[in-house]
Design a protein around this ligand. Structure first.
Ligand SMILES: Cc1ncc(C[n+]2csc(CCOP(=O)(O)OP(=O)(O)O)c2C)c(N)n1
Ligand SMILES: [Mg+2]
Length: 218
């Protein structure tokens, strides 16, 4: 007979990991990106969707590879890089609609258990890049619970930019895979309003060339 206890667990029995504080405005994605950039050291970064345009302006021509064409693929690309470069941190800057489209990637990342991977999720509740349509479940989707269930080593949700600033150094040093759900408003630019940037194949070959050079730096 199946374990009845397991089947009786209701969603409201799940303990909240980080309780949302009242009266906190969503964080500005640009401020989050500035802080990540200032603290990343020599980490490789994989921005996607609306994290891309601002990242391009603050971190041009460095160890970054942006992806838009393959929705939901940022963490898989990050995983490959993390496994190939175990002595370097890899930071994935993901979108909530994208992650929903490839939820299985959470289990893939957790199963591979890269100690050097940090997966930041920019949770804005919409597909901002394609016109701000609501994602299934809107802001109620609990990605922290899903990442924890998949087996990420450390998970948390952050609502406030001062809290993010305080916790970022510890997050960047923690043993991965780490998952951080960031509660954000909408970015000023999207890949549709700020077109351009280096084509993906060239970004990949540039990154490869930099990583193969001894002592490549961000
Ligand atoms: C398989 C697939 N379906 C639809 C699209 C169209 N599309 C491009 S970006 C995007 C929205 C991305 O939303 P999200 O990941 O939440 O990032 P945000 O734009 O909110 O930062 C969509 C639906 C696509 N690129 N690929
Ligand atoms: Mg979104």
């Amino acid at each position: 007979m199946a374990d009845k206890k397991t089947h009786d667990v209701k969603p409201h029995d799940v303990k909240p990991h980080d309780v949302k504080p009242h009266d906190v405005k969503p964080m500005k994605p640009e401020e989050i990106l500035n802080l990540i950039h200032a603290n990343r050291g020599t980490a490789i970064c994989v921005p996607t969707m609306t994290t891309g345009p601002h990242w391009r302006t603050i971190a041009p021509d460095d160890l970054s590879v942006g992806c838009v064409g393959f929705m939901g693929g940022a963490s898989s690309l990050g995983l490959g890089l993390a496994l190939a470069q175990p002595d370097r941190r890899v930071l994935v800057l993901d979108g909530d609609g994208s992650l929903l489209m490839q939820l299985g990637s959470l289990a893939t990342v957790a199963g591979a258990a890269p100690r050097n991977l940090v997966h930041f999720l920019f949770k804005n509740g919409v597909y901002h890049t394609s016109g701000a349509q609501g994602i299934p479940g809107g802001l109620t989707v609990d990605f922290v619970a899903m990442a924890k269930g998949a087996g990420y080593r450390m998970v948390c949700a952050i609502y406030d930019i001062e809290d993010f600033k305080r916790r970022l150094p510890e997050i960047l040093k923690a043993e991965g895979p780490v998952f951080v759900e960031l509660h954000t408003g909408l970015a000023d630019q999207t890949p549709m309003t700020a077109r351009g940037g280096v084509p993906f194949p060239k970004q990949v070959s540039d990154l490869r060339a930099k990583l193969l050079k001894p002592r490549a730096r961000a």
